[in-house]
Design a protein around this ligand. Structure first.
Ligand code: ZN
Ligand code: ZN
Length: 441
């Protein structure tokens, strides 16, 4: 007897569907929300999953992705009240086999089931995929804060962990920066991969502590089955490997980098263009104290630029001009040139994640500290024709309300410009998909 799992928050309609399946001799499992559906699916391995699109706790898209990571051949049919083409495409990209629009009559459903189910007995193959394979590029924020972790009730909305962003693209797991957000990412990876090896690539922007402090707490580094590749540029005073090892010296931490059981290779980059599998990476030195690099990843589903710490040149250069130094005209010309090169580097990026630590008022007091301001990143995104801008490296003094206000201010600036740039503040735990064209919070 084949098993069907019905995931639907409307109890009445779930019961009606269950009756139809019961008459056709199916064994039936029921879940009233997305999360319950995911856990039932992973526990009971049903042959067929019928899933509503809009539900509490996890949408049909999220259900598809979570289930697809573990169950390859269970068939998933999304049933939605909406008939938008983009919903259909997104559902299929998330792993659904079919997308049907309500109301669905039993005859139609039977026909679809016969088409998607492997004949004759719906033989189910389960088990982990050899590699994480999704048809889209996924960006997930694990740490969005600058300078120092700030947990607490006033930052719970956007999150208190420092810089760490995960990119899944073309079969690769690329981790941008290893701030305190890396800890939770490590736990999630171990949970997802189980006994399978995890082989992520960590791309480090620079070695300021808020960008590397998660490494000692990265769970996959403590498991022999895994191999980590760490890439970055030489620091101002020491090599990358030396700096990463030094934060784990006995005075600071009980386990040395050398003693972590996974295979860890640290490669100091020399070139500004290289590849991680099929993902093309371009690097660019940023305006930040010491050596700091921004990355632009080109994946088969779009591009992601990550500039976690960067100060605009405009005011900085002007403040450095004056008697006995460079003159104002020279300073202005230098700033304009540096900015236009950055615009070129970012041109047409789908997702830009960039240092927007300060409001314009705060920045005026903090020129030379190495961080960005709202109007400067918005104008950069507009000039570079970026599709979606994520404000990042939030100031530790900014609570959720302050960040909400910053997002509003940034959106006003975009509106005034008349350009189609979407603006969000990066939020811990949120994901954005390229290819599926949707954001999930
Ligand atoms: Zn930083
Ligand atoms: Zn920094």
């Amino acid at each position: 007897m084949a098993t069907v799992l019905l995931i639907e928050d409307d109890a009445e309609s779930r019961r009606a569907t269950a009756e139809l399946f019961a008459r056709d001799d199916w064994s039936i499992l029921e879940a009233g929300d997305g999360e319950a559906g995911i856990s039932l699916a992973l526990k009971h391995l049903p042959d067929l999953i019928l899933c509503d699109l809009l539900m509490p706790k996890a949408s049909g898209f999220q259900v598809c992705r979570s289930i697809r990571q573990k169950l390859r051949l269970a068939k998933i049919i999304i049933i939605s009240g909406r008939d938008y083409g983009v919903d259909r495409t997104s559902a299929i990209e998330a792993g659904a086999d079919e997308y049907l629009v309500k109301p669905v009559c039993w005859e139609n459903l039977r026909e679809v089931i016969e088409r998607v189910m492997p004949a004759p007995d719906g033989a189910l193959q389960t088990g982990p995929l050899p590699q994480f394979v999704v048809p889209s590029t996924r960006v997930k924020f694990w740490g969005v804060r600058g300078s120092i972790p700030v947990p607490g009730s006033s930052t719970v909305g956007y999150g208190g962990n420092t810089s760490c962003v995960e990119v899944r693209a073309d079969g690769e797991i690329i981790i941008l920066d290893a701030g305190s957000g890396l800890r939770e990412l490590g736990i999630a990876l171990e949970e997802e991969f189980g006994d399978r090896p995890i082989r992520p690539t960590l791309l480090i922007s620079h070695t300021h502590w808020d960008h590397i402090q998660g490494i000692p707490f990265f769970l996959p580094a403590y498991n022999q089955k895994n191999s980590l590749r760490v890439l970055g540029y030489e620091g101002a005073r020491a090599g990358l490997a030396t700096i990463l090892a030094s934060q784990m010296e006995t005075s600071f931490f009980p386990v040395s980098l050398r003693d972590m059981p996974s295979a860890i290779t640290i490669e100091e980059l020399k070139e500004m263009e290289f590849s991680i599998g099929k993902v093309k990476v371009q690097a660019r030195f940023l305006n930040h104290p010491g050596i700091c690099v921004g990355y632009r990843l080109t994946t088969s589903n779009g591009s992601v630029a990550f500039l976690p710490d960067n100060e605009p040149y405009d005011l900085l250069k002007m403040s450095q001009a004056g008697p006995g130094k460079s003159d104002f005209a020279e300073a202005r010309a230098y700033a304009a040139d540096a900015r236009s090169k950055l615009v070129e580097f970012l041109h047409g990026t789908d997702i830009l994640i960039i240092d927007s630590q300060y409001t314009d008022e705060e920045y005026a007091q903090k020129v030379g500290w190495g961080h960005g301001s709202i109007s400067s990143v918005v104008s950069l995104a507009i000039d570079a024709k970026v599709r979606k801008l994520f404000l990042f490296h939030h100031d530790p003094n900014h609570d959720d309300k302050a960040i909400d206000e910053i997002v509003e201010a940034a959106r006003m600036l975009v509106m005034e410009s008349g350009q189609p740039v979407e603006v969000e503040a990066a939020r811990e735990g949120s994901e954005v998909w390229l290819g599926a064209k949707q954001t999930i919070h």
